[in-house]
Design a binder for this molecule. Structure first.
Ligand code: CU
Length: 116
């Protein structure tokens, strides 16, 4: 049996998933020091439908939570952590660290999904 061309398969899966064919990938990377990136916290803007890849490096172990999309990921010193997000829902969402005792530290950054 002959297998379908991978490009054809990808296009079909993309259409089935409802992701626009013009969707692109955006990426951003940041260094976290003492649970902060910058003051004020930076905003990463991504058009709706795109994929966002965030790469973060931290000087301390951190548990991070992207609110709204409800994605968790952890960072360890010396190893970059990646968060991949399909930007479907419009809005401004804080990425915050979960600490012991306190539920949330101030946002490290904001992800803003904008209308295309
Ligand atoms: Cu949280």
């Amino acid at each position: 049996m002959r297998l379908p061309c991978p490009h054809w398969l990808f296009a079909t899966l993309t259409l089935l998933a409802g992701i626009p064919v013009w969707a692109a990938q955006q990426s951003a990377s940041f260094d976290v020091k003492q649970q902060r990136i910058a003051n004020p916290a930076p905003t990463v803007r991504v058009p709706q439908g795109d994929t966002l890849v965030l790469e973060l490096r931290s000087d301390a172990p951190l548990e991070l939570h992207l609110h709204g999309y409800d994605l968790m990921f952890s960072l360890k010193p010396g190893a970059p952590g990646r968060l991949q997000l399909q930007a479907r829902v419009l809005g401004r969402f804080p990425l915050a660290a979960h600490g012991k005792g306190q539920h949330h530290a101030p946002a490290l950054l904001y992800v803003e999904v904008t209308p295309r």
